[in-house]
Design a protein around this ligand. Structure first.
Ligand code: ATP
Ligand code: MG
Length: 394
């Protein structure tokens, strides 16, 4: 079947009044960005609760659907054939022609569901249902009508054009990116944090990201890997501004001046503090991490509590209750896994103690940190001031 367009549906729950326009406009702009990545020269338009993407050049249907799968907020994707408005007799022939091409050799049940936006059309919806049903039955002997549980729902919408569609591909769900504020993702080169970012983007959150780089202990290739991950996530989340922070001096200072079994937790507290400063500077109102309860020493409940206390902003940890395999499954689905497992060093693994505390006492940690100030404050300030911002987009 030679489809020229898609009818794109979204779930309307909870988006009334002014929010509806914000939601729809963000959705249209994300659809535009996604379909720009492939041939087809699609024009996106919205029309009374409907979004159409109409191609003016040939395109590959599977490729277009794959791109639309990256647009959060879409609940269903329906390839559609659009015709100029036509009188009822011609409508019958066009409907029969559509059905045969869309479902060649089909043997099974169907029903016709017609709607008219333009009530002046000579036939009402019931008449269209009945007459088209009859014409399809006459043309294709192996089909029958089942109005309760049909295999195929053949929809005919009479609007500014006649729309025929009968196939529906589920969309990714979620909310359009840009409809739920902005948050700062702590993005490492690992498996978890790209998935955590993707999950919040799915709820409509615009992402900024921060990566703590420790040259020369971590390489340029390790940084490039994080850029690549941000680009992969940007397919779903839109352009991501990645702040690369040179963390070496802060880390070395902690290494030289704090008890070694507390290194990881103190280092993580400084990461959170810096991430929060960058979030505030860049209009983000929450932080996101890839932490998952119990996964490593720094992710015991006590460690998370101790890390958390340095932040005023909410910290979203969407993977908190996920098993590693569940996270890997998502990473594979969204296409970040292969990049995440490239074996480059991570700043957290370079300065670790053999036996890190797993049940840090916040009081003791605070005391250890009090020995680091004021010198460390200067190093933090410098790290924030010298950050490099890279716009990652795919
Ligand atoms: P990931 O797979 O996301 O790296 P992980 O299982 O390796 O996570 P940790 O290394 O303990 O776990 O990191 C926990 C979280 O802290 C990460 O998910 C990420 O959000 C953040 N994080 C860790 N290292 C960095 C880094 N170098 N830059 C930015 N954020 C980081
Ligand atoms: Mg990691």
């Amino acid at each position: 079947m030679d489809y020229q367009a898609f009818l794109i549906k979204y779930a309307e729950i909870g988006i009334k009044g002014k929010n509806r326009y914000i939601f729809e406009d963000k959705l249209v702009s994300r659809i535009n960005a996604a379909l720009k990545r492939i041939p087809g020269d699609f024009a996106i338009s919205k029309n009374s609760g409907r979004i159409y993407a109409v191609a003016s050049e040939p395109f590959d249907r599977a490729e277009a659907e794959a791109e639309l799968q990256t647009v959060f907020g879409i609940s269903a994707i329906c390839p559609v054939v659009r015709k100029d408005l036509m009188p009822p007799e011609e409508l019958l022939a066009a409907a029969v022609d559509y059905f045969g091409k869309a479902h060649p050799g089909f043997a099974g049940s169907f029903k016709v569901v017609a709607t008219r936006a333009d009530k002046s059309y000579p036939w009402d919806s019931q008449t269209i249902n009945y007459k088209v049903g009859e014409a399809v039955l006459a043309a294709y002997p192996d089909v029958h009508v089942d109005v309760h549980t049909p295999d195929i729902v053949f929809r005919i919408e009479i609007r500014e054009k006649v729309n025929f569609y009968s196939e529906t591909v589920p969309g990714p769900g979620g909310m359009p990116v840009g409809s739920s504020g902005k948050a700062m993702l702590l993005l490492s080169g690992g498996i978890d944090s790209p998935v955590a970012g993707w999950m919040l983007a799915k709820r409509g959150v615009t992402l900024e990201a921060v990566y703590f780089h420790a040259p020369p202990y971590t390489s340029e290739r390790a940084k490039q890997k994080v850029v690549e991950l941000a680009e992969l996530v940007s397919r779903y989340a839109g352009p991501i501004r990645l702040h690369v922070v040179n963390f070496t001096d802060v880390q070395l200072y902690i290494y030289e001046n704090a008890p070694h079994d507390e290194l990881t937790i103190i280092m993580r507290r400084y990461m959170m503090r810096i991430a929060e400063m960058l979030a505030a500077e860049n209009g983000a109102s929450a932080l996101i991490t890839g932490e998952s309860l119990g996964q490593v020493a720094s992710q015991t409940l006590q460690s998370l509590v101790c890390t958390n206390e340095v932040c005023k902003m909410p910290v979203f940890r969407p993977l908190i209750a996920f098993d590693k395999q569940d996270i890997i499954n998502i990473a594979e689905k969204i296409g970040t896994f292969e990049t995440s497992i490239l074996p480059y060093e991570d700043c957290c693994t370079i300065f670790v103690a053999k036996h890190p505390v797993t049940k840090p006492n916040a009081g003791i940690i605070r005391r250890s940190e009090s020995n680091l100030v004021p010198a460390i404050d200067e190093l933090v300030k410098k790290a924030v001031e010298t950050e490099e911002c890279i716009v990652c987009v795919r």
